[in-house]
Design a protein around this ligand. Structure first.
Ligand SMILES: *[C@@H]1O[C@H](CO)[C@@H](O)[C@H](O)[C@H]1NC(C)=O
Length: 542
């Protein structure tokens, strides 16, 4: 199966071929001598793409493939689709006008630390920089350069960080606080698959407001019940701007889970990937503060975050989460595999490749659950079509054009989970996609109703998944599973306020904009924003 370690504008597939010839011509070598693939690949990571030439249309790059038969080094060629070019710095295809480095052969080489040697170079507790200087092990991959050549920050992936979390050890990692398995596919409590409830988690990302409230009311209309008699639930990752907090309060009252999708939802993926601890703190803890205050959520039930653009912020994001008592992240995607992956805790090393997310997965040990997003299989006819990269948010399965295709996608992916290890099936949406065609909404509702007839399928929030995993309970006992029944099982009654305040507000942080903040609570003085999350007044930091 050809998989690509980068996100390629969601949709656009690359032609992928392996050149068998090991002798290639490289224009830059003096005299135009032939260079062997071995020479080109010496010391080069297998996932780095580079050009053989700067002639041509800038679409073609190669990477080193050491895995072939007899471990011959070969060059695997990748070609961006027409209209696109390969961006060497970002290692991805992009629209041609965006790519400014067609004249560059390769990414600037970073100096690597010397981590693997037969005889240790340094005394105990120290490791060697690229220069051979020794440096305390703890200083490697701590986010700031300590070696003169900065090499201590250049080998920090989940596989390489010298201070990385250890591999899953099931003797140490025990429920209810810790869960891991070597390949991530094991069922908690070693329950037989046919005794595991098939949990389906419907999640929505973004602002909750007049554009989508009607959709949520149609899906969660109060008349659809899980086999235990409780209403089906969803999870809402709420971003702040344009959100109606009276509507959030109502979703929470009905038992849906509210989580944080950041405060600013800033439109710059790099901001999230390389955000500092303080950025993540302001965005996620600040976002939670706003929701709690203006949706009057006082039960400490906001415990999850999702990174905008699913751009995971590495160890900094997770350090902040642990300090702020966030229980789970739901931003890491797992590549489409034969068997889906169960959520896991990050005390031990994550059980799959860091897929997309700009490769900034947390390498260290964190007391945080990862509600991993299994990629969906988007093939229209899985028995016939060749394999395609999966998609994580349903909207990004861009080949889904009709209701019929969507219906098949839902059932096919449901069966992938239901007939294997029954890992929770995540269906992640932006409301605007579901609303873009009435048939999408209708098909989703049809799917929910059909599944609820099965008696072993539950539409749950993410916290309910954690509750089940912490106390794995067989289907035969599940109707009485207390964690899923205790409060808000079947909510009736009226919204907390029928006529929310519609506060017209401004903030110095968003000059020239007047925004309406809908809330059952009192209006603040200013529109809450990142330096002033309570809206009480502007605090100038430092
Ligand atoms: C907010 O919620 C609390 C606890 O549920 C309740 O006692 C209080 O009356 C609510 N406050 C307002 C202003 O609505």
């Amino acid at each position: 199966m050809a998989r690509h370690p980068f996100l390629c504008l969601g949709v656009l597939l690359l032609a992928y071929t392996v050149i068998n010839a090991t002798r290639v011509k490289r224009q830059e070598e003096e005299g135009g001598d032939d260079v062997t693939a071995e020479q080109l690949c010496d010391g080069r990571p297998g996932d780095e793409y580079f050009r053989l030439t700067t002639d041509g249309d800038c679409r073609e790059v190669v990477r080193c493939d050491q895995g072939g038969e007899n471990s011959v080094t070969r060059l695997a060629t990748v070609r961006c689709p027409g209209g696109l070019a390969f961006d060497i710095d970002r290692q991805t295809c992009d629209w041609k006008p965006h790519v400014k480095n067609c004249d560059k052969i390769e990414k600037p080489r970073k100096v690597m630390p010397i981590l693997k040697t037969d005889e240790p170079i340094c005394s105990e507790g120290k490791l060697a920089c690229g220069s051979g200087d020794c440096m305390e092990k703890e200083l490697f991959c701590n986010g700031k350069p300590d070696c003169k050549d900065e090499s201590d920050e250049n080998a920090c992936t989940v596989e390489l960080d010298p201070n990385r979390a250890p591999d899953c050890d099931t003797n140490q990692c025990r429920l209810p606080d810790c869960f891991c398995s070597a390949d991530g596919t094991r069922i908690p409590g070693a329950i037989e698959p046919n005794q595991v409830p098939q949990m389906v988690t419907i999640t929505f990302n973004g602002a909750v407001n007049v554009d989508n409230i009607d959709l949520y009311e149609q899906i969660f209309n109060g008349n659809r019940h899980n086999p235990n008699g409780c209403q089906i639930r969803g999870t809402f990752f709420v971003s702040h701007k344009y959100t109606n907090y009276a509507a959030v309060q109502e979703l929470h009252r009905k038992g849906h889970e509210i989580s944080v999708f950041s405060l600013t939802h800033k439109d710059d993926p790099q901001y999230w990937t390389s955000g500092s601890y303080d950025d993540w703190l302001a965005e996620m803890a600040g976002g939670r503060l706003i929701i709690e205050r203006f949706a009057n959520i006082t039960d400490a039930s906001i415990i999850g975050v999702r990174a905008p653009y699913l751009r995971v912020g590495g160890n900094k994001q997770f350090e902040m989460m642990a300090d702020q008592y966030f229980v789970y992240d739901a931003s890491i995607t797992a590549p489409l595999g034969r068997v889906p992956i169960w959520p896991y805790t990050l005390y031990f090393r994550m059980p799959h490749k860091c897929n997309g997310n700009a490769h900034n997965c947390p390498s260290r040990s964190h007391p945080v659950w990862e509600m991993v997003m299994n990629e969906l299989d988007r093939r229209d006819d899985p028995t016939f079509d060749e394999s395609l990269p999966g998609c994580h948010v349903v909207d990004s399965c861009s080949n889904i054009q009709t209701g019929e295709q969507f219906a098949r996608l839902l059932r096919h992916n449901f069966n992938r989970h239901y007939t294997t290890n029954r890992a929770p099936l995540g269906l992640h949406f932006h409301a605007s996609w579901l609303k873009s065609k009435k048939e999408f909404r209708d098909e989703l509702i049809k799917f929910i109703e059909e599944m609820l007839e099965k008696n072993d399928v539950y539409f749950t929030s993410l916290i309910q998944v954690i509750q089940w995993m912490q106390n794995p309970t067989e289907l035969s006992q599940l109707r009485d599973f207390q964690e899923w029944k205790q409060d808000k099982c079947d909510v009736k009654g009226q919204p907390f306020c029928s006529l929310p305040n519609a506060c017209p507000l401004t903030t110095r942080e968003l000059p020239g904009e007047t925004l309406r903040l809908f809330t059952c609570m009192e209006c603040p003085n200013n529109y809450p924003w990142i330096l002033d999350p309570t809206g009480e007044g502007f605090n100038v930091r430092k």
